[in-house]
Design a protein around this ligand. Structure first.
Ligand code: ADP
Ligand code: ASP
Ligand code: MG
Length: 449
């Protein structure tokens, strides 16, 4: 274990402007153990890049979006004490960005899309390393593609853990004595060196992966809230920050919609027992949440999450009673398209499951292809406009009264699929998106207020 090593990740709002970057720099300067810094793109930039990558735009619309990106980046450079240190490098990146945005195949090739969408982190890491040097931190901007090897599943690439470890140990570890490394979250490269990305919100995952590869002791996720809350503080102002959480609870929360952590973040932490801290870069003095293996308290109810934009799919075959292997055929098709299914309910002749369907994402296309293939073997019904609400806690399946308290609180709402019992940390159900905010508020009141 690299006992003194801390990997710190700063999200989009934390590196949005020169001023917010200065808050982050103070956090880094005050902790000698922080030798690796992972940054997201400045707030708003990735959304602009995704728009350039995924929508057919006129030349004028492309120019307008590039102008918006430049305005955000140049506002930061303009405040640097020595902008000339990095302005040439930033111009090279902006030229690369412009060429990709105007590439005639940009809307059709996932490899080009990833190269374009990665530009946000490539620019923010360059700018933030310059800000850090103003605070006398010996910062070096490091291209994460040298170490963060992934497969070639562009836009949703999966990391190759053993190669990442080997490359990080040989290329990154030796740098840490003399520099604080500032690198890009969200971005990777496949075996051929082509740029990939880990999926939206993936910078948290990058930080955890690098912490694992470098045997770090802690990983800090600095964001715009003072920790992980009992529920999204945007849904109710009664939500309160949690001082501690277990790896399992945090993983469950992230998977079921707590945007504060990318769903895969806890996997490396769990494997290597790396403590994860979540706090606010604007108010570091307010402390935050520690996510650890063993918590002092394991309450029945810890938090409520909501995952939006779910499609509910019901597949039905009149022959299911007799047709052995029907489930297997359904799930083979789902697996072939790399979709993961979280909620499933079955009856004798039908199976219902939910698919993620956020607007403007790759899932839309993949879902369509999957559903088309499913119709070749069974009847498929698709219902849109649903969210999944999840109560996360401990020993929920074996404690008396846990589920009845939850269901009592939501008797006025129409619950669709209910999933409970498959693991001790989770009770989930599907509700219409018109109801989901009210459902979370009512549940929060019943369980936490
Ligand atoms: P960053 O850009 O730093 O990665 P994100 O926007 O991805 O930040 O995540 C932080 C946001 O996550 C918060 O502003 C909050 O609205 C949302 N969020 C959702 N659920 C929770 C939760 N349980 N606790 C804290 N924040 C949550
Ligand atoms: N910039 C990327 C996104 O907006 C990754 C991240 O912020 O974690 O999705
Ligand atoms: Mg995030």
């Amino acid at each position: 274990m690299n006992s003194a090593l801390n990997v710190a990740k700063f999200g989009g709002t934390s590196v949005a402007t020169y001023e917010t970057m200065c808050n982050c720099a103070k956090i880094i300067a005050s902790n000698q153990s922080t030798r690796v810094v992972v940054v997201s793109a400045s707030a708003g930039i990735t959304n602009h890049l995704v728009a350039l990558a995924n929508t057919a735009l006129t030349s004028q619309q492309i120019e307008e979006i590039i102008e918006k990106i430049k305005t955000i980046e140049l506002a930061i450079v303009g405040k640097l004490k020595k902008p000339e240190q990095i302005s040439d490098k930033l111009n090279v990146l902006l030229t690369e960005l412009t060429e990709l945005a105007k590439h005639e195949e940009i809307n059709f090739r996932d490899d080009l899309k990833d190269a374009l969408v990665s530009m946000g982190e490539r620019m923010s890491s360059l700018l933030f390393s310059a800000v850090l040097r103003e605070f006398d931190v010996p910062a070096t901007n490091f291209d994460v593609r040298k170490v963060l090897r992934t497969d070639s599943l562009f836009t949703q690439a999966a990391p190759d853990l053993s190669v990442i470890r080997q490359l990080s140990q040989s290329l990154l570890q030796p740098e840490l004595d003399s520099s604080v490394i500032v690198t890009q979250g969200f971005v990777g490269a496949d075996e051929q060196g082509r740029t990939t990305t880990l999926g939206r919100g993936g910078s948290d995952f990058t930080a955890a992966l690098l912490a694992e590869a470098l045997d770090a002791q802690t990983c800090e996720i600095w964001t715009d809230v003072i920790g992980v809350y009992t529920t999204d503080p945007r849904i109710t102002d009664k939500a309160r920050p949690l001082p501690e959480l277990s790896f399992e609870e945090a993983a469950e929360m992230a998977t079921f919609g707590a945007k504060v952590l990318h769903p895969a973040t806890m996997e490396p932490a769990l494997r290597q027992d790396i403590k994860v801290f979540v706090g606010s870069s604007r108010e570091p003095e307010k402390g935050g949440t520690w996510i650890v293996r063993d918590c002092e308290h394991e309450p029945a109810y810890r938090a409520i999450t909501r995952r939006k934009d779910q499609v509910m799919v019901t597949v039905k075959t009149p022959q299911m009673m007799y047709a052995q292997g029907f489930l297997q055929r359904v799930f083979t098709i789902i697996a072939k398209h790399n979709l993961s299914v979280d909620l499933v309910t079955t009856s004798e002749i039908s199976v219902s499951f939910t698919l993620d369907n956020p607007p403007n994402s790759v899932s839309e296309r993949v879902n369509k292809e999957t559903l088309a293939e499913l119709t070749t073997i069974c009847d498929v019904t698709i219902e849109q406009g649903y969210d999944v609400v999840t109560v996360v806690g401990n020993n929920m399946h074996s404690s008396a009264g846990v589920s009845s308290k939850i269901f009592e609180a939501v008797t006025d709402f129409n619950l669709r699929m209910i999933c409970f019992g498959a693991n001790p940390h989770n009770l989930s159900f599907v509700v219409s998106n018109a109801d989901s905010e009210d459902v979370v508020q009512v549940l929060h009141k019943a369980l936490f207020e």
